[in-house]
Design a protein around this ligand. Structure first.
Ligand code: ADP
Ligand code: MG
Length: 721
């Protein structure tokens, strides 16, 4: 059976269902068969109410006396009631899920899964997931998959589809080339694995199935990396000769001494640029580690040999900061630098200059990518915060070299401030060369981090802030929402939690795999008016009338954002109340205080990034992580309090979130590894060995159509052409 078969060709799937699936991006049999459960419920694990203990529980019972009330202060809807079975009754509560009243029929039996614990003075079951008992039919296994919802498609919908497809599973062909399967599997292993995952009898079945699919995925991934590496070696790039005198001269005139890490990274890059094959290097360094000057030295080498560099940045603010930083460093050496963003005036004449080769280094946002930006000779591409860009954008930039210099590929330097756990580096970026800036430049001050419940701010925070403001320092307040009445997030970030909206019936419990580490808080947060940037801004203005308070959020026009940032940079405003748009790379050395509201609502990596807005000057800095104070602070926040080491924190994040999630946020979420096993070193070693072996005969690829297609997908991530 061919997995590329369109789903409408399969009996049991009618046109209506097909339409829904197609809308959700699931078109082929393969798409749906690889749509994997996100968790499993073991209905045998049900307890009766007289037996329950605090913790995660599953009970089977009938809802009673459900009613919703609106708590005005927090814009919160509370739905509460009781659940009964024939041994007793317990209290149940949902936040912001008023539809539960309509949805749950007191005459019907349901499974309720959730946390049962002591809160606000009583024991209660909080925001349980619900499955109608009648849907768990008697003759099915009592070990049931729970599918993630997708668009309007509910978990149960997927369960029904899988049921219909069940007879097809036996004829799923193997994907791996013969002789490259793991030693623990024989032929027909893929069909078995997929069956075990969708229709397991026990958690052992699931484990077995996942192990095989994980191997398969790793094999594809590592093979793609190997093939890319080989293919990139066959490409030609412009050789940019190293000139010791020029470089020394520039380094000598820098306003600071390079750190050892900077010197090593720069040296590796400058040598790569000399080669006639393209560089494909990732420069990793924590916020403030000084990546910009490394990029400047590389661009300088390109310019001195008469070729151009394009620097792509994710926001206008960041692009203009790079432009002014690089101008200061490089214009004294005769280099011409220009900025191209959406707001740039006289684009046409600037583009003419770029085309004529009058500009050496062009820094820009997406505006740089349009077809009418043509270079004279583009030799080097630098992408800052590379994970913010999609595959298509990346390719658009890289393709510009072949337009100015037919037949050639650019040297590529990708930069990221999101440290990748060392243990993942080889797997995730197996085909890239990596440079790491693992020490901060001297003179940078430590940041002291403190978790603080909101109610303590008045007494313990504002007086301290006043002192710092008096001393001429500046302050950031970060919160997530903008005042649009709907409690919508100002900007979604890959590393943060979801929006905490109502969960569809039957969705996975919040504890599954630690993914939704903040779903309950999310419920509360959506209604928290304190974290609304406009309201917070008003409040801060009242509290600090003697200072200028500026407000920044993602719904402002780029030019407005720039203007606000510019004022803050010049210390014309002393307090900046902002959403996470300030997150990326913004550099205001005089800002020493950052207060992050509702800190539990962010991921570890993002909090670390946000914190990096301070500690960039010569004064000691503080970061306050504000919580509701209702629960014990999460491990994430406690780790942040302890450490400012990005690499250490990335390892923690890896443990807490799992490698799949980390990988996803590193890669713009476009290609998430589905089965998180990047930490399984044995499996990786085996897959690597096999992939390396197979890559020696790339001509064999044509024999394996499905494998070939899958690999193309991964190859796009790091290919240079
Ligand atoms: P990031 O890696 O976050 O992009 P930047 O390149 O913006 O970091 O550098 C952060 C700050 O540190 C800048 O103000 C920069 O001028 C300064 N800096 C960079 N390298 C050094 C150094 N070796 N010594 C002192 N200051 C440095
Ligand atoms: Mg930077």
């Amino acid at each position: 059976m061919d997995l590329s078969l369109e789903l409408d060709k399969i009996s049991g799937i009618g046109p209506k269902t097909y339409e829904k699936l197609e809308k959700a991006g699931l078109r082929t049999l393969g798409d749906i068969i690889y749509y994997l459960p996100r968790a499993y419920e073991n209905y045998r694990a049900t307890t009766t109410i007289d037996q329950i203990r605090p913790g995660k529980i599953m009970i089977k019972g009938k809802p009673d006396s459900l009613k919703s009330t609106h708590a005005r202060r927090r814009h919160l809807t509370i739905t509460e009631g009781v659940i009964r079975d024939n041994t007793g009754a317990i209290r149940v509560v949902w936040f912001n899920q008023p539809y539960r009243v309509r949805q749950l029929d007191p005459k019907k039996e349901y499974y309720f899964t959730g946390n049962y614990d002591f809160k606000y003075g009583k024991y209660q079951l909080t925001s349980p997931v619900v499955t109608e008992a009648a849907e768990v039919s008697e003759n099915q296994s009592s070990f049931q998959p729970i599918y993630p919802a997708k668009n309007s498609l509910k978990p149960l919908f997927f369960k029904k589809i899988m049921g219909k497809l069940r007879p097809n599973f036996a004829s799923i062909p193997d994907l791996l080339p013969e002789g490259y399967a793991p030693d623990f599997a024989g032929s027909g292993a893929r069909a078995d694995a997929l069956y075990d995952i969708h229709f397991p009898e026990s958690s052992d079945d699931v484990k077995k199935g996942k192990k095989y699919l994980a191997y398969e995925e790793l094999f594809e991934f590592l093979l793609a990396a190997k093939l890319n590496q080989q293919e990139n070696q066959k490409l030609n790039a412009i050789s940019l000769p190293f000139n010791a005198e020029n470089t020394k001269n520039l380094v000598k005139n820098l306003p600071f001494k390079l750190t050892d890490a900077q010197r090593i990274a720069t040296w590796d890059i400058l040598r790569d640029l000399e080669k006639p094959t393209p560089m494909n290097r990732l420069l990793q360094g924590d916020v403030g580690s000084g990546k910009t000057v490394v990029a400047a030295l590389a661009a300088h080498q390109a310019a001195k040999s008469g070729h151009q560099t394009a620097i792509l940045a994710p926001t206008a603010i960041l692009a203009s900061q790079h432009a002014s930083g690089l101008s200061a460093l490089l214009e004294p050496f005769g280099l011409k630098i220009a900025l191209l963003t959406g707001a740039t005036k006289q684009k046409a004449s600037l583009k003419k200059q770029i085309k004529n080769g009058e500009i050496d280094i062009i820094i820009g946002t997406h505006a740089l990518l349009t077809d009418d930006t043509v270079f004279h000779s583009l030799a080097l591409c630098i992408i800052d915060e590379q994970h913010r860009f999609g595959v298509a954008q990346r390719q658009k930039l890289l393709a510009k070299t072949a337009i100015s210099n037919p037949g050639l590929a650019p040297h590529l330097l990708s930069m990221t401030a999101t440290p990748i756990p060392r243990s993942l580096q080889l797997t995730v970026f197996g085909d890239l060369d990596i440079s790491i800036l693992d020490s901060l430049p001297n003179g940078h001050q430590p940041i002291e981090t403190k978790i603080m419940p909101e109610i303590e701010m008045q007494e313990n925070l504002y007086p301290a802030l006043r002192q710092h403001l008096k001393a001429g320092e500046q302050v950031y307040f970060i919160c997530k929402l903008i005042d649009d009445g709907g409690g919508q997030f100002a900007n979604s970030d890959l590393s943060s939690c979801g929006g905490g909206t109502a969960e569809p019936i039957g969705a996975a419990p919040a504890t599954a795999g630690g993914r939704n580490h903040c779903s309950t808080i999310g419920d509360l947060r959506t209604g928290n008016t304190q974290s609304d940037v406009m309201k917070l801004s008003k409040k801060i203005k009242k509290l600090f009338p003697e200072y200028n308070v500026a407000t920044l959020h993602g719904k402002m026009k780029p030019s407005e954002k720039d203007a606000v940032m510019e004022k803050f940079l010049k210390n014309e405003s002393q307090i900046l109340v902002s959403t996470t748009v300030v997150e990326v790379g913004v550099n205001v050395p005089n800002a020493t205080q950052i207060i992050i509201m509702d800190a539990e609502g962010y991921g570890l990596a993002q909090l670390h990034q946000l914190r990096g807005r301070v500690g960039r000057g010569t004064k000691a800095s503080n970061c306050y992580l504000i919580t509701s104070g209702e629960d014990k602070p999460s491990r994430r926040l406690r780790e942040l309090e302890k450490s400012t080491d990005g690499f250490y924190l990335s390892e923690v994040d890896l443990k807490l979130r799992g490698p799949g999630e980390i990988y996803g946020s590193l890669q713009h979420g476009e290609l998430n590894l589905q089965i998180a096993t990047l930490s399984d070193t044995k499996l990786i070693a085996l897959a690597r060995k096999h992939a390396t072996e197979f890559a020696k005969h790339p001509e064999d690829m044509v024999k394996y159509k499905e494998l070939n297609n899958n690999i193309k997908k991964y190859q796009q991530l790091t290919t240079l052409n």
